[in-house]
Design a protein around this ligand. Sequence first.
Ligand SMILES: Cc1ncc(COP(=O)(O)O)c(C=O)c1O
Length: 314
Amino acid sequence: MNASFLHHAFDSSFPENLDPKSIAYLNGEFLALENAKVSALDRGFLFADGIYEVVPVYRRKPFLWSNHLRRLVRSLAAIQLPSPLRDEDWTELVRQMIEHQAFDDQFIYLQITRGSAKRDHAFPKKVRPTVFAMATEFKRPSQVDRENGLKAITVGDERWLRCDIKSVALLGNVLARQQAVDQDAHEAILIRGDVVTEGASSNIWLVVDDELLGHPKDNLALEGIRYSLIEELAISCGLRLSLRKRSPADLARASEVLLSSATKELLAITSINQKPVGQGRPGPVFHQLREAYDRAIDMECPKAELSEAGSSAG
Ligand SMILES: Cc1ncc(COP(=O)(O)O)c(C=O)c1O
């Protein structure tokens, strides 16, 4: 049936900034990203009934993979979706995804939805989950971002009450982040009532009275994979850290504000709502933790050694 009169509404071109030939994975098959197609009946599309992970890879080695795997399994359990793969199969999938890509530093994106079925809110009886993975090049935060820090705005946190699940239902985060972009800022810091919860796509850390403060591990924020890392790094740097609810007043008097995520790693926020944080420059706690973060990457994803064959070749 010809519906060409509707075509003006639909642009089928492939996104310009993605490589259509890059290798993705969909339901048991490696294929070109441009060929990875999912049914319009997929519950991920209809209900955002699914979860995801973003795994950073440095020098072809996944960083903190076992923690990502644990969170993936936890997210699946939280939405009562039996894991379609065993732990060792997830690990193998990530290994093969990395191998298929040209870049040394990359992100592996994993998404699992409840699959495709007749539209009905309740779980379908017999359905195969959809498993999708893609990779993109990881362009690490620039030197300018490290030296100048990022701009943020504050936005009311209007999301649901299970922000601890890494769910693909991100509309609240999307709308908050867009407000930041519209105001020429990088991130939106979310505030629920009297609590600073997290960023639209990051965790937020405050330095108040020489103490590093993170949101508690509860339902109001996602426990980023950098949580346990920052806890470890803080100890190694001799910094005091506590996880407790932070108020907008804490945010206003913080001498430093930091943001962490897989994509932004660890960066300072140096202005909020166009007012400088502290001196308006990344501060000493940021510098200490940032160096420790770089060392952690080097430890877990070391630079390749010259191979025996390579070193004796001359
Ligand atoms: C809402 C939210 N909070 C926190 C984080 C940080 O999590 P991670 O350190 O695992 O990247 C993210 C990352 O995307 C996020 O989207």
